[in-house]
Ligand binder design. Structure first.
Ligand code: SF4
Length: 346
């Protein structure tokens, strides 16, 4: 293995990103390589593996572009998520190197997925330049507000360095930008996260919000902090889908939280469906169908189309529409009584 490939292997095994990869060009999942251009950083984000590090694996733009393109040509990776540490606090230099790397990759004819992380405090001009090469841009909010961010990172200013950039991304790359939260790093409640996420979707329309369960990394200020259970981040992806794809309002989602503002380890869609009346799939509104566990956006649309020509008030037709009957059956009126109790499905 070449020296460059060994370096890439070392760098990719130590990155802290935790996101699912999807090639937005084709819509298909792909194996995304997540890597930092600079493996050192003078910022003090206490949850981060390179926080305050003075040594780490770093690349020149030319090295990283060449290494990534080689792996892509070999079919070993399908996309790239590229960020960088910020040595000496030089955000402008970090943005310049990110842009140069992306430019080199694109100028080699690469048309695939390129998710580029904007640095906190980056200038609008630099963000616009980076956007020329990106499939997606993102800036991580990490925490729900300035008070919580101050618990885990003192250098970044929540409002000016993060929120303002979040807004710029929405203006520069509408619907093709995203953000991320480190769930549980700052002792925030899920309701705190929810308020910020709901506002973000309303005001800035990110394509996605990512949720990463905090885990303690040795030699960082939070090394003794309790890990966030993975199920909490997974529940967040379910809540996010209800907000983003299923048309639930803020008020409708509030019952998913307990009195301390935390999510329960239960599928929130099932929790919120407990008071649903039995639905007749032949006559229910699409928005009502979407509230039934086991019916997603695709199957709800299939029901609406299929019932124009035939009844869907039976198991076979619903299955044909893609409905997961095991989950949906307790909420549907198929001409019989409710088939089972709610609690057995949670
Ligand atoms: S700015 Fe980024 S790389 Fe630097 S410590 Fe914070 S999260 Fe880590």
């Amino acid at each position: 293995m070449s020296e460059l490939m060994q370096k890439i292997e070392r760098a990719t095994s130590s990155t802290f990103f935790d996101q699912t990869g999807r090639n937005e060009g084709s819509g298909k999942c792909c194996n995304v390589m997540r890597i930092l251009l600079e493996g050192t950083c003078s910022f003090d984000c206490a949850y981060c593996g390179v926080c305050g590090k003075k040594t780490g694996v770093s690349f020149t733009p030319k090295e990283l572009a060449h290494g990534y393109l080689t792996l892509h040509r070999q079919g070993r990776v399908g996309g790239l998520l590229l960020s960088t540490g910020i040595p000496r606090g030089d955000v402008d230099l970090g943005m310049e190197k990110l842009t140069e790397t992306a430019r080199l990759i694109r100028s080699a004819g690469y048309r695939g997925y390129l998710h580029l992380k904007v640095l906190p405090g980056a200038s609008r001009t630099d963000i616009a330049e980076l956007a020329k090469y990106a499939t997606r841009l993102s800036i991580n909010l990490e925490a729900p507000n300035s008070s919580y961010l101050a618990e885990i990172a003192t250098v970044k200013n929540y409002r000016s360095d993060l929120l303002t950039r979040h807004q710029w991304l929405a203006e520069i790359m509408p619907d093709r930008h995203s953000t991320q939260f480190v769930v549980g790093a700052a002792g925030e409640s899920d309701k705190d996260i929810f308020d910020t996420v709901a506002t973000s979707y309303e005001k800035y329309h990110p394509a996605r919000v990512y949720y990463s369960a905090f885990y303690a990394i040795s030699d960082t200020p939070l090394e003794k902090h309790e890990n966030t259970p993975v199920w909490r981040a997974n529940r967040w992806y379910q809540m996010d889908a209800l907000l983003r794809l299923y048309g639930y309002s803020r008020g409708e989602l509030t019952p998913a939280f307990d009195e301390e503002g935390m999510l329960l380890n239960t599928d929130p869609k099932i929790l919120l469906a407990q008071n649903l009346s039995l639905l007749n799939p032949d006559t229910a509104e699409k928005s009502e169908l979407l509230r039934v566990p086991g019916i997603g956006a695709v199957s709800a649309e299939a029901i609406v189309q299929t019932r124009k020509v035939q009844s869907v008030r039976n198991t076979a037709a619903l299955r044909g529409c893609g409905v997961v009957m095991k989950r949906a059956l307790p909420y549907l009126s198929l001409g019989t009584t409710r088939q089972t109790t709610f609690s057995s499905w949670c």
